[in-house]
Design a protein around this ligand. Structure first.
Ligand code: GMT
Length: 374
């Protein structure tokens, strides 16, 4: 098949999934055309059957705001026509689904291009609900030839919040469990915790929805019982507030801010547990990556997280903002090595058996075939 893929190319789970999916499909012989304003950050090496098409934005004095959605639609038309694409698969509805709809209409007379939209999270649960976007998200989702959601939670939210009558297929996110795997004797661990302290890791884009300050407050409680370090990976709007909170709580030596990092597998392997106390999380790809490395997860009970993290089996789940309970769960795992190892094994097993890319990529292939009526 010839597939155009559009995603946000910068940091973020939707871009990771779109890029890894494209690379995996290319390996299977499909022709993949990424269409975006920059090279997706996971597309670092040359991959056979993968081409990148950059959406260029011209500035004109009259345009106070960049007209990206329109430039993207034009690029989709161009690539679909000249590369003879079968379908456009867009990740994250805003604005990609609308651009794809426009491209499909422009192409109508020349080519019947199918549009598949994958809903990832805040495109439905947060931004999409704003009055300025809601009608557009509803319309472009309904008009897509196929719609997938990354969790059952997100599917239900879409159907109820937007009163959409559409067959939405749940295709969960995936991880390459051969790449993300448990490693023994992580040298990095000594560097992070020279006194043999326990290590808790959190990775995110530090947006308010991730509730990163909760991780620091949880550590504050954990430290009363277990010498520990908190490793925060990533960057974003809440980072300064988190650094301020560390100073206020006199935790600056116990919390390491690593910023954006590429070597996630090494960092995860240095950890004893992973924390994800989000306000909203349609899936929680970061938690899946940790589980694939055999790291138990303590999570909030929101969105798709309970579909991923099994309470008292691969980790623990608590109410949003229940810092005391999350701290209690962390202490439990950090002081009971037998339980931690059992949860670690369960986490790895769950990632391999249910969310490995070898299982999920064929689901997308089958879905494409269904939409193309092959
Ligand atoms: O929806 C977002 O806020 C951005 C998006 C992203 O690009 O990372 O995150 C969502 O998609 C990920 C990949 O499917 C999911 O793992 C995240 O849970 C989801 N984020 C939220 O729902 C907040």
């Amino acid at each position: 098949m010839k597939i155009g893929i559009t995603c946000y190319p910068t940091y973020g789970g939707s871009g990771v999934i779109a890029t890894e999916l494209g690379k995996a499909l290319a390996k299977k012989g499909h022709q993949i055309h990424f269409i975006s304003y920059a090279l997706p950050f996971r597309l670092t090496n040359f991959v056979e059957n993968v081409v990148f098409h950059e959406v260029e934005l011209s500035s004109y004095p009259l345009f106070e705001f960049p007209l990206y959605s329109l430039a993207l639609a034009s690029k989709m038309v161009e690539v679909s026509l000249y590369e003879k694409l079968d379908l456009l698969h867009v990740h994250y509805a805003i604005p990609h689904a609308s651009s794809a709809y426009l491209a499909k209409q422009i192409l109508k007379e020349k080519r019947d291009i199918k549009v598949i939209t994958t809903l990832h999270g805040t495109d439905i649960t947060l931004v999409g609900l704003e009055p300025s976007f809601l009608p557009l998200v509803k319309f472009s989702t309904e008009q897509s030839d196929g719609v997938t959601a990354v969790s059952r939670f997100l599917k239900e939210k879409t159907l109820t919040n937007y009163a959409i009558e559409k067959d939405i297929q749940v295709i969960p996110n995936f991880v390459d469990t051969e790449l993300y795997h448990p490693q023994k004797d992580c040298a990095f661990r000594e560097h992070l915790a020279p006194e043999g302290e326990k290590i808790i890791v959190h990775t995110s884009n530090f947006r308010p929805v991730k509730r990163v300050p909760d991780t620091i407050r949880i550590l504050d409680q954990v430290l009363k019982e277990v010498p520990s370090k908190l490793v925060l990976v990533g960057d974003g709007p809440d980072r300064s507030e988190c650094e301020r909170l560390c100073r206020e709580l006199h935790l600056y030596d116990q919390v390491k801010f690593l910023g954006k990092q590429d070597g996630l597998v090494e960092i995860l392997n240095a950890a004893d547990l992973f924390l994800i106390p989000s306000q909203s999380e349609s899936f929680g790809l970061a938690a899946l990556e940790a589980m694939a490395c055999g790291i138990p997860v303590v999570a909030s009970s929101v969105g798709g997280l309970p579909e991923l993290v099994r309470h008292n089996e691969t980790g623990f789940i608590a109410e949003i903002g229940d810092i005391n309970r999350m701290a209690k769960y962390c202490i439990d795992l950090l002081t009971n090595e037998r339980k931690r190892i059992l949860f670690s094994e369960n986490s790895r097993k769950r990632a391999v058996e249910l969310f490995d890319k070898s299982i999920i990529v064929p689901m997308y292939e089958d879905y494409y075939k269904k939409i193309l009526e092959l």
